[in-house]
Design a protein around this ligand. Sequence first.
Ligand SMILES: *Cc1c(COP(=O)(O)O)cnc(C)c1O
Length: 479
Amino acid sequence: MKLIFEIGAEGRGLSLLPECDVPETKLPEGLARESKLHLPQVSENEISRHYTQLAERTHGVNNGFYPLGSCTMKYNPKVNEDAAAQKGFRRVHPLQNESSVQGSLEVMKLASDMLGEICGMDAFTLQPAAGAHGEFTGLLLIKSYHTDRGDDKRTKIIVPDSAHGTNPASAAMCGYDVVSIPSAEDGCVDLEALKAAVGDDTAGLMLTNPNTVGLFDKNILEITRIVHEAGGLCYYDGANLNAVMGQARPGDMGFDCVHVNLHKTFSTPHGGGGPGSGPVGCKDFLAPFLPGYQVVGDAVTGFHYTMADKSMGAVKQFNGNFLVIVRALTYILTLGKEGIPEASANAVLNANYMRVKLAEKYDMAYDATCMHEFVMDLGEMKHKTGVSALDVAKALLDYGFHPPTMYFPLIVHEALMVEPCETEPREVMDDFINALLEIADKSESDPEMLHTAPHHTVIGRPDEVGAARNPVVKYNWED
Ligand SMILES: *Cc1c(COP(=O)(O)O)cnc(C)c1O
């Protein structure tokens, strides 16, 4: 496929501006560009075809199954897009005065309150732009709390070795030393290792529950108690909230603050890099340190911005990615108090359905009832047949499926991590299961065919390391 710079021709572009009808003024010396400005010059139908072709080469939840574990790639109802496309939301300016944006302020207030209810938290900031950004913000809350009490010896954040890579990265970004603790045999937190790690230098613990292997840690109350007893705080990575929303609340598990990934659990399309949103919630005692503006008030007295009295400042401009919040609120309101727990229950049911069926030919990393996702361990298959998790993932492309997450979590070496989500019907899951079972048979009868898969896609096996490490993102013009 040609790049947009390689199609069209000089002079074919659209004129957006009318003829100039005022005297032209020369730019001051030194400000005018010296080289030619290269812009694609294409007609409307060339643009339209170009982007349609790109879209056709892209796999999204609208094309088919996308069981990317740890990412919650659910189908997002289009009504959320309708809500976000309303002029009154789309066209507001963040500097408009409060009285002219009461509706938008009400959206933010309602979204904060409902996320608070779902998570068991007292206050929320909507500013952070993603999960990782939420982690950074939440850890700054923890840091502000310790600093405010004059406790500056707490320099360590404890993170289990199964954690998402953003957890230790966020802790390091906040200037903390990361203490990694090993998981127990069953994939959950090793209580003895945790007890040995905590001390008066512990600032906090970061944990996701269910964890990144899809298991709910039954010792969660004991875990948060151990950390609190040592004087640390507990941060809940809410990326896996899709498994527990409406069933269990991080606040009731003993967590002090949490982020939620609106682009995972609360139905904003993602995968192309955003925009996302990672609101951070906290218990009352951390609320004075929240960043940005909170909205207070009600429909009778009016809604207003407030700034927390010991606020850490802003972590993003204005109100974060506001339209993502509109989508999330629409989703929460359309599902309601009955629909939210039903969604998480179905997400868990779907994952267990697939896990049990696939166990016929695939080893599971943990032999336990899972939550919304499960991890297959292809170590034995690779040892016996030479077919790796990568080969299986590539082979799935020929069946028209997006592969599951590969080689994550790091504690399982040949991992494939499947998360079907609540929005997939049984027939789709059955097709995917059958494809994987067929691939398992081929691993014995024709491993070579799997080593070279995919055979029917536009691109076969690109140099993935090269593409990630040395991406060419700038077109090289000849003149
Ligand atoms: C996705 C994810 C994150 C990071 O969230 P982003 O929105 O991608 O920054 C953190 N932790 C877990 C467990 C995740 O799955």
